[in-house]
Design a binder for this molecule. Structure first.
Ligand SMILES: [Ca+2]
Ligand SMILES: [Ca+2]
Length: 178
């Protein structure tokens, strides 16, 4: 997805979803697998129920559906992260002076509780191929805000990354599952 938000500045932005598989093992009761087990997949015989699988064929991997509060057995493209350009954003009562890229995504409480799901926001000022930086609050001027979203239930997270002399900017949500 690439959108020219402000042609005057010729900023091009892109949002991507990526999935990283690691060998770490979680021990909490809530896991990706236990979440998947709560859904009926009879409408999708032979569906790939793994974290990287896309059981309902909507292009969103099962683990990402978990994170953003979507349904892994409903073929619907919705609630994807967004990236917008903002100026002097008010973040939790503090005005951040200057131009920022605001990366917004949904985080379900269930996925936050799951021991085997971790999440990073990564961004690149260079290219979709990277190098990617992991957004950390207070690092590189990055700030974060979140507000409850009872619909998921979970939170809507906004990550603010200062815009420098960038002509391109890319951000992505990285979901890591064992
Ligand atoms: Ca899917
Ligand atoms: Ca879905």
């Amino acid at each position: 997805m690439r959108t020219n938000l402000h042609p005057k500045f010729a900023i091009s932005i892109a949002v991507a979803l990526s999935l990283v598989i690691s060998t770490a093992q979680g021990e909490d009761v809530v896991t990706f697998a236990s979440w998947m087990a709560t859904f009926d997949f009879t409408a999708f015989p032979g569906a790939d129920l793994s974290p990287t699988g896309d059981a309902d064929g909507d292009g969103i991997a099962n683990a990402v559906e978990f994170v953003i509060g979507n349904l892994p057995n409903q073929t619907k493209v919705e609630n994807l992260p967004t990236l917008t350009r903002v100026t002097n954003p008010n973040v939790g009562g503090t005005v951040l002076v200057g131009n920022y890229l605001k990366f917004s995504y949904r985080r379900s409480d269930a996925s936050d509780d799951a021991a085997d799901i971790s999440l990073d926001v990564a961004y690149s000022r260079t290219d979709l191929a990277g190098p990617w930086s992991i957004a950390g609050v207070g690092e590189d001027g990055v700030e974060l805000d979140d507000t409850p979203n009872p619909e998921i239930p979970g939170v809507d997270v906004a990550v603010y990354i200062p815009l420098r002399s960038d002509t391109k900017f890319f951000a992505r949500l990285q979901v890591t599952v064992p």
